[in-house]
Design a binder for this molecule. Structure first.
Ligand code: 9MR
Length: 378
């Protein structure tokens, strides 16, 4: 056996021993703590899908009963060229979920981001017409959703269609097809897999102005008989924003429309805000600056505890709404995996999840489990 392999094995044995200590102290996993209320998911990356991150995989299979694909099912990854689909990683992703009997999510079908330029253009580089784009959208959805029919249980059909003021984002989808591109996307997804749950997914819906836009959109879709089953509150949240009361009202507002609510991409930022906007817009970039990266050497205990309390408060709200909240998914497994280390400032040290950089459960993990277990008995 090579030295490298021996070191890797010793490290993973040490990890399993510490996880055993953590679980002896807290024998319940996240999925068990919330059994009967909602499934608890994690977004998983390529290394986890392919088995290269065995430490991450051990956490995923022990702790979670749902997975989302962080990137492998985005249009640019799964359908990079006209007529060319890359199903190798998505197939492995779905097989991983099936092996562990998980609720498997598909993310995402129609988004303005991570979609190759050719989708909207003809050979001369001009925008295509409505019918051509509708056909491309239809073929993509039919092929991708159809391939995993009955195996991917829930699809994020339309992602981030709204501006912060609640109006529809001027994406190429809207400009070329018109407002009904949203209806069409849901209809095509429903045709491809009539049993799948279909979600409208967006961030910052806790902000009232944007939420009003989403409520109006869902009301319209429901009135037209469009098969939208749930709203995804992405949940890229902060220590202060939104208040628990606002999270509570947000869930209630959507529940009143007769849709389920999923918390689809939860993480909580402890770093100083790099922008005044409450956004998760992947195109935002902010210059590096030491003041924006204060915890590069480690997270102070006081902030660690603040994060734990914040997680507990939010899970308390999700549990209160267990009749409509069907899933809560963390956007990543450990802090090392999180997109927040590189957004909107590259190279920061972020602490947004429930497991630390060494794969150890954080105080926030224990708090989330405690809240789940304390409600179990009710
Ligand atoms: O976490 C994802 C990151 O790895 C990607 O680089 C980025 C662009 O595709 O997308 C991140 O995930 C986003 C999700 O797909 C949609 N909502 C916001 C998420 C965080 O940016």
């Amino acid at each position: 056996m090579s030295m490298r392999r021996k070191v890797a094995l010793a490290a993973s044995a040490a990890f399993i021993a510490t996880l055993a200590t953590a679980t002896a102290q807290d024998p319940t996993s996240l999925k068990d703590a919330y059994k009967g209320a909602f499934v608890v998911g994690a977004a998983i990356n390529n290394a986890q899908i392919t088995g290269q991150d065995s430490r991450g995989d051990a956490i995923i299979s022990e702790q979670f009963d749902s997975i989302s694909p962080e990137n492998v099912l985005k249009w640019e990854r799964v359908h990079p060229e006209p007529g060319t689909y890359a199903f190798d990683l998505p197939d492995k992703y779905v097989a991983f979920g099936e092996k562990h009997h998980m609720f498997i999510v598909g993310h995402c079908l129609v988004w303005h981001s991570q979609v190759p330029g050719w989708v909207f253009r003809d050979d001369k580089g001009n925008f295509v017409d409505r019918d051509t784009l509708l056909k491309r959208m239809h073929d993509h959805i039919q092929t991708v959703v159809g391939r995993y029919k009955g195996r991917i249980q829930s699809w994020d059909v339309v992602n981030e269609a709204l501006n912060e003021d609640g109006t529809l984002r001027q994406s190429p989808w809207l400009k070329i097809i018109g407002e009904d591109y949203i209806e069409k996307a849901f209809q095509y997804a429903h045709e491809a897999d009539p049993q799948a749950q279909l979600t409208y997914n967006d961030y910052s819906l806790e902000n009232e102005t944007k939420r009003k836009g989403a409520l109006a959109l869902i009301t319209k879709l429901k009135a037209e008989g469009i098969p939208v089953t749930s709203v995804g509150l992405q949940g890229h949240l902060g220590l202060q924003w939104p208040s628990v009361e606002t999270e509570d009202v947000t869930i209630s507002d959507f529940a009143k429309l007769g849709v389920k609510v999923v918390v689809s991409e939860l993480d909580i930022d402890v770093l100083p805000p790099a922008t005044q906007q409450q956004t998760a817009d992947v195109s935002l970039k902010v210059e590096q600056n030491a003041k924006l990266n204060p915890y590069a050497g480690g997270l102070p205990q006081s902030v660690q505890q603040e994060l734990a309390k914040r997680y507990a408060d939010l899970f308390g709200v999700f549990l209160k709404h267990r009749d409509v909240v069907t899933r809560v998914t963390l956007w990543g497994v450990t802090d090392a995996d999180s997109w927040r280390n590189d957004w909107p400032v590259k190279g920061r040290t972020s602490y947004p999840l429930l497991f630390d950089r060494n794969g150890q459960p954080k105080p926030a993990f224990h708090e989330v489990v405690r809240i789940g277990k304390s409600t179990e008995a009710r």
